[in-house]
Design a protein around this ligand. Sequence first.
Ligand SMILES: Cc1cc2nc3c(=O)[nH]c(=O)nc-3n(C[C@H](O)[C@H](O)[C@H](O)COP(=O)(O)O)c2cc1C
Length: 355
Amino acid sequence: MATPLQDLLPLEHPIIQAPMAGGATTVELVSEASRAGCLGSLGAAYLGAAQIEAAAAAIRERTPRPFAINLFAAVPEQPMRGDGGNMLALLARFHARLGLPAPEAPGPQADLLPGQIEAVLRVRPAVFSFTFGRMPREALARCRELGILTVGTATTVREALALQEDGVDAVVAQGAEAGGHRGTFLDDFDSALIGTMALVPQVADALRIPVIASGGIMDGRGIAAALALGAQAAQMGTAFLCADESGIPEAYKAALPASQAEQSRITRAYSGRPARGLVNDFMRETDAISADIYPYPQQNALTRPMRTAGARLGDISVLSLWAGQGAPLARRESTAALVARLAAELADARRRAGG
Ligand SMILES: Cc1cc2nc3c(=O)[nH]c(=O)nc-3n(C[C@H](O)[C@H](O)[C@H](O)COP(=O)(O)O)c2cc1C
């Protein structure tokens, strides 16, 4: 029953624990997901080269199984078009509430990517995945030489074809339901909001390389549906966010299963780039002045002290509560228990479909 992608890696289950930069994908989460027979993925976009190498070594101490390292591709710089003063005044009110000093306008951000790519090449994980765009062809070619499988993220057929043309080995088709940042890079963000159910079969028909479905897949029924639509694996983020080993704050973990799908929104409030999460005070107030939000990655740097304080205090009104539309289906359990349940549900869904 294994898909060709499963055989290639190899994986016991057609399941990828999604990379989630910003603290969720701890060494423990990634290694437990891989030990359980999935592809664990380290979200390394905010890590420096030395941190990537240290995390990879720690994962390898725990398991010899394959895992992925994930980075953000370079995005074209956007000018600030709105009134930054308005954004700073709004943020200052949240800072005062948290006992933080007034925020300062964000400056240019350091480019970590070249050093991160070199670290990935030194580490040689089984898989190098990325989102937000395209990677330099030279980096993809070096991965190929080293036997590292490359996986890009697409939100439209056009993006998937561009990644295939660049030479990636597989493509994640990220539907509009997905939690976290949109991977969109060729089309405009609004028109690239295509549901997983519609996107996956179109991408599978268009490509000659394996497709991985992502967005709103929370249980074995969802994985079976993704496979039926032509995907060779399901990449799941929100389901793994609630696992014991995930590194998000306790209050955030508790909020997901207690939420309703109507609370899910796409916002630029936290990072300047559209991302899906649960609505809260900071998102609501910032979306009301959306023209004055700084571009990515400046807005991300600007809101970091507030988010760090919110995480420390367990204040979910100021945290980026990234999660997909399936968040109400999330359960609190260990990674091993989650994967065992997903495998049993998948087998059950396949049996029922066969019958
Ligand atoms: C908290 C969070 C952080 C994420 N960070 C990343 C990331 O660093 N790199 C990436 O390729 N995708 C990232 N994603 C998107 C996932 O890869 C995936 O597309 C998404 O989680 C699928 O939707 P689901 O959350 O409904 O399962 C993130 C998602 C979440 C929820």
